[in-house]
Design a binder for this molecule. Structure first.
Ligand code: AMP
Ligand code: MG
Length: 416
């Protein structure tokens, strides 16, 4: 269905639901080195073949002993062995202690570690050949012992298919001995900009820009956003203002990409070459989504490739990407939970004019935990997205008074 200018606005939730229904995850599994898997999405569950830690070990530098031997404080014990991390101890002789270091295995027979700060080392004297250690406290069973398998037990699913890998996940995978991981392929995305007014930075100096020309800013943030979401981007530049060239470019892009993303030219009623070209090659739905900034958005198919069309205004393009394209490309990689997570925070501003659409206001957290508003919320003012560190999600028809608790989502979360 193609929307007419009078088509009713649809909610963001409905638009996202339809879009995600079309985002069938890419099926291949790519094997990558664990060290190269940051940002990738697991295509398979990861099951541990061992306990982590592999055996009971000390979490302190100190002395391993048997609690039954040290029921009263101040007893002196000979040191019968020394166990460093990486070496294995032997069974603890009764009424002795083992010198032990952090990470070293607990010797059989010992059931506690006393930290060295709670012990006094007795020096050798003429009368005492074998120096010992005075244990100044009364230990309890299990103290300062990290149990085998307390982090991961053999057979545990430690990471799940569809989980996005970050530094902590890579560390956990390495802790169970995995040098490689099976991850979803990176979505291949062809990026086009539309608009005869656009000039690529570097091709025309600022002082030589002809009247009406503007620099193409969208391609730079869209390309960076896509890469952060794990995509491989082919930047196909600015689509020439000719029907045949546009059809040709889209047809070729569709052969070797999972997604074709464009910005500009999706406003209803606008004359442009993208719409008829996509329609000539496949299908295209133009949506009017009840969001601000944003509103126009296109989704279609050209062969096996998805077509996604963003509005041209930079902030609209930026925000619509975060709201719709981000979950879409994550879902293509098999990420299940793609919902934007907001937190509650007090507004340190007034927003007196209620809008018919759900609004995404550029704000910044201040030192007192409140949210300051960027004064110019126009959809062309990209400075708002640089000054801001996130968005207030303001429901349709709602005004905000200073101190009201609102829903906030940080860019740090959305761009990670
Ligand atoms: P459109 O969605 O094509 O009607 O464009 C809306 C506004 O966004 C117009 O002012 C365009 O000049 C501007 N615009 C479109 N594409 C870009 C781009 N790639 N970079 C910067 N501004 C753009
Ligand atoms: Mg345009």
């Amino acid at each position: 269905m193609t929307a007419s200018p009078r088509a009713p606005l649809q909610s963001l939730d409905d638009a996202l639901r339809s879009l995600l229904a079309a985002a069938v995850p890419l099926q291949d599994v790519e094997r990558v080195a664990t060290g190269d898997a940051d940002g990738r999405v697991l295509a398979q569950d990861v099951v541990s073949a061992l306990h982590v830690p592999p055996q009971d070990n000390s979490s302190m530098d100190g002395y391993a002993l048997r609690c039954a031997d040290a029921a009263a404080p101040g007893q002196v014990f000979p040191v019968s062995q020394r166990i460093a991390a990486g070496s294995a101890g032997s069974p603890l002789q009764p009424n002795t202690v083992a010198r032990i270091f952090t990470g070293a295995p607990i010797p059989p027979g010992a059931d506690a570690v006393v930290m060295q700060e709670d012990c006094t080392v007795l020096a050798a004297t003429d009368s005492v050949e074998m120096p010992g250690v005075r244990v100044n406290s009364v230990p309890h069973v299990g103290q300062w012992i990290r149990r085998a398998g307390e982090d991961v037990a053999r057979g545990d699913v430690v990471l799940r298919r569809g989980q996005r890998l970050g530094p902590a996940e890579l560390g956990l995978a390495a802790s169970i001995g995995l040098a490689h991981l099976g991850v979803a392929p990176r979505p291949r995305v062809a990026l086009f900009s539309t608009g005869d007014e656009l000039v690529i930075p570097g091709t025309v100096a600022p002082q030589d820009m002809p009247p009406g020309a503007i620099y193409n800013s969208n391609r730079f943030f869209l390309s960076a956003l896509l890469r952060r979401m794990g995509c491989v981007v082919t930047d196909l530049g600015i689509v020439p203002d000719q029907r045949d060239a546009t059809v040709q470019a889209l047809r070729e892009a569709a052969l070797s990409h999972d997604v074709i993303l464009t910005s500009g030219g999706v406003s209803v009623g606008e004359e442009d070459h993208i719409k008829p070209a996509v329609q000539a090659l496949g299908t295209l739905d133009l949506w009017q989504i009840a969001i601000k900034p944003g509103k126009p958005f296109a989704h279609g198919r050209i062969g096996a490739a998805h077509f996604l069309g963003l509005p041209g205004n930079p902030v609209s393009s930026f925000v619509t990407f975060l709201l719709l394209v981000r979950p879409f490309v994550l879902r293509l990689q098999g990420v299940h939970d793609v919902a934007m997570k907001t937190v509650a925070a007090p507004a340190h501003f007034d927003w007196a004019r209620a809008d018919k659409r759900q609004e995404f206001l550029r704000v910044r957290r201040n030192a007192s935990g409140g949210l300051d508003l960027y004064p110019n919320q126009s959809s062309g003012v990209l400075t708002s997205a640089v000054w801001g560190d996130g968005l207030v999600v303001n429901p349709a028809g709602r005004t905000i008074a200073y101190g009201d608790v609102v829903a906030y989502v940080s860019f740090a979360e959305l761009l990670a």
